[in-house]
Structure formats: C-alpha cells, structure tokens
Design a protein around this ligand. Structure first.
Ligand code: GCU
Length: 420
C-alpha cells in the first residue's frame, strides 16, 4: 500500500517532475538570453562608468537585495571588539597571531564571533585575505593556541564534531584548505571566522545574527529580508570594521575569499561593501558565480529546497522558473567591478557548473571595460590548470570541490599584481 502510494505520488506530483536528475549534459542546456549587464531595466543603454555607478549598479544591487539574498533589516546599535589573545611569534616565528572577539549589539541582544588573524611577523600594513571557515577557526591550522569554537557545528563525525560541538580532534582538520605558510611567506595576512558563530547553518532563522533584529514575537524575516548568506556577508563587513583598526593590516587591500556556500557569501559581501579591495570565489556554484539560466548541476529550485534559509523568500519565485529572472549571476559578479575578481572552478565539481562560472566571469567583463580593465575576454574556456589572470581572473583546476594549495598559489600571484 505504501509503495503504491509512493508510485502514485511520483506520477502526479509536480515536484516529482521538477526534481528530475540534475543535468550534466551540455547539449541539454536550454537556449537563453544572457541579460545585458549594460542595459538598464528601463531599456537605457549604459555607456560609461558614471552611468554604471549612478544608475545601473544601484538597480542591480537592489534587485539582488530584494529578490535573492535579502535586505539587512536596519543598523546595529553597537559594535565592539576585544583582542583576547596575541602572539607576535606564532607558527614557528613566521606569523603574528591575534584572536579577536567581536560583539554586535541590537535591541539589547548580542552576538559574538571570533576572528583569527595571522599576519607576517614584524610587518605592518599588509594585504589580507578574509574568509569564513566551515567548522571553526581551530580547523584551519594545527596551531594549539587557536581557540576551539563553542558554537553549534554541522554534523561531521570524521572531523571530530560530537553532538554538534567541535572537539580537540577537529584541530587542523581543514588545514589543507588554508595554505597559511604560503600566504604569510608571500607577505599577506589571513583572517578567518567560523561562519556558524554568525548564523548556524540550519533551516531556522530564529537564531544567529537574525535574532538580534527581530521585534518582540517575530522569528522570521520578511519576504525581502535576509537569509543566512546575507547575514554571513554582513558579518564579513563587521570583521572589516575591526581590520580597519589593526595596524598590521592594510585596510585598502582586504580581499574577501570564500569556498562554495562561503564563496557565495564572499561575493555578496564584495557586492554590498565596496571597501573590499577584491573578491575570490572558489567553487561557489549556484547562487554564487554560476549562471542560473544554464540549469546545469544545481539549480535555483534545488538549492532553495535543500537550503531554504540561504536566500530570501522572494527568491523561491524562481524555483524551476529561471526564465523569469531579469538578471543572472554575471550581474552579481559585475557588482564587484572595477575591483579585482577571481572566479575559480574544479574540473570534477560539475554540481557547481564550471562552465557556468567561467561564462559568468566572461559576461561580467563588459562592465570592467567601462573602467578600462581587462576581464575574461574570450568565450573559450581555458584548459585545466591554465589560469587567465586579468582584473577578472579565472581558472579551472584538476580535482574535486575543495580549496587546494594550487588555488592559493594562483590567488596570491594574482593578488600581488591586481590588488592595488
Ligand atoms: C552543497 C550546495 C552548494 C554549496 C555546497 C558547499 O553542495 O548544494 O550550493 O556550494 O554545498 O557549500 O559546499
């Protein structure tokens, strides 16, 4: 009886039709018009940097705010920080480590998150990569002094998460994703934050940063208000507020970095906060760098079903309805212009649609041209492990969905040249 019902359900359910296997076949990518980044919604052609900055950029930003990531509902009442730990000779003497507790206050409620900052020992005013990590600052290095996060953590038995709490076993568990030695030796700093301290990554917006902004009795954002990605991006800006005060950091050279869902957050942070000197999107995929209208790998419907809390309620209108989107993700990338932007993919990461990420960087390029900058000029994808590095850069490396030393080598080389 149960299986009969199941068969019946599959046959009649419209959801069942929409939840067909993800498409990984290039010949099945639908034909679609790429929205012209230089055509305003009212049909005006955008001809120069001034028109872009004054007319087009604000309307595209407003669209992504209202219909995709969601608006931040107001201002904080207070922001403060405290350096809770520091060692000028960390990591065998090559790095200056600081751990900073940032406190955000609104409506008499507070949220605290911790920044782990390494800068090259004895150097002031260095460029910095700022990005979230997935399981706690203690996972990015085996440095025993890094504090273990106490915040709710995503299940991961192998890493050493027990009952949603990080244990000592997690220390260094994700060090392979953070080439800290390479970063420090190249003269850069690294600042990282555990994203779960800002908003736990679960389908519940009653907690985390959202909680601070609700009026009595409310525990859900309005349809146009922020989901989790916008909250993570907002807190990256707050981390920036701290970095601006730190003499070891050159605040004119802070690059937002992120992998996967955290790459989506880095892109949105770069779009909403022009103080970021550049953005690196590592395998950010759907809702990040990848074009939605290709419907290759993860789609808008799939991401909204699996992660309803990431985007705002309005974005659900585009589930299985990408045609209705008057923008595509190349316009999110274009919001970073004229600042340097790096989009990277991995060959085996088809779920994130490497080609869609590449084309998106290409279609964002006309906006960079308005500022006399070079981007991804050709529609021809480069071969694996052959980066194209202009103000807009792209590479596809061999391997799976991850961040590798190869990725960091490219980011460092590019940042040295383009993050002015
Ligand atoms: C899932 C999700 C992606 C996301 C990824 C990640 O695969 O579907 O959109 O980028 O998780 O964050 O690792």
């Amino acid at each position: 009886m149960k299986s009969l019902f199941y068969i019946f359900f599959i046959i009649i359910s419209p959801m069942a039709f929409s939840q067909v296997e993800p498409n990984y076949d290039e010949s099945k990518v639908p034909e679609f018009l790429v929205p012209d980044p230089l055509m305003a919604f009212d049909g005006t052609k955008i001809k120069d940097a001034k028109a872009w900055t004054e007319k087009r950029r604000p309307e595209v930003l407003a669209f992504f705010e209202n219909e995709v990531f969601g608006k931040v509902p107001g201002e904080l009442d207070a922001f403060s920080f405290e350096i809770i730990e520091e060692d000028a000779n960390a990591l065998d003497g090559i790095a200056h480590r600081k751990q900073i507790a940032v406190t955000l206050t609104k409506n008499k409620k507070t949220l605290q998150f911790n920044i782990l900052l390494y800068t090259p020992s004895g150097k002031d005013n260095v460029p910095v990569f700022l990005g979230y990590n997935f399981h706690g600052n203690q996972t990015v290095t085996s440095d025993p002094k890094v504090k273990i996060t106490k915040a709710w953590n995503m299940k991961n038995d192998n890493l050493g998460i027990v009952n949603h709490q990080a244990t000592e076993k997690t220390r260094g568990g994700r060090a392979h994703r953070w080439d800290i030695n390479g970063i420090i030796k190249a003269g850069f700093g690294l600042a990282t934050i555990y994203y779960g301290e800002v908003d736990p990554d679960k389908n519940d917006l009653s907690d985390g940063l959202h909680r601070l902004f609700y009026k009595e009795g409310h525990q859900n954002p309005e349809a146009n208000e922020w989901g989790s990605i916008a909250a993570w991006s907002f807190a990256l800006s707050k981390a920036f507020d701290y970095l601006e005060t730190d003499p070891n950091v050159d605040a004119t050279k802070v690059v937002a970095f992120g992998h996967s869902r955290l790459g989506k957050a880095a892109l949105w942070a770069g779009a909403t906060d022009t103080r970021f000197a550049g953005v690196i999107s590592n395998d950010s995929g759907c809702g990040g760098a990848a074009l939605s209208k290709r419907k290759f790998g993860e789609t808008v419907g799939r991401i909204n079903n699996s992660f309803p809390h990431w985007f705002n309620t309005n974005f659900k209108k585009y589930n299985e309805n990408e045609e209705a989107l008057p923008v595509d993700q190349h316009q999110l990338l274009a919001l970073v212009a004229p600042r340097p932007l790096y989009v990277a993919s991995a060959e085996e990461d088809e779920w994130a649609d490497p080609k869609g990420e590449f084309l998106s960087a290409h279609y964002a390029t006309p906006v960079y041209h308005l500022f006399g900058k070079q981007g991804i000029e050709s529609t021809e994808m480069p071969k694996v492990n052959t980066p194209i590095q202009n103000t807009v850069a792209y590479h596809i490396r061999t391997g799976v969905h991850d961040v590798t030393d190869y990725d960091w080598e490219q980011y460092i080389k590019w940042a040295k040249e383009f993050v002015e």
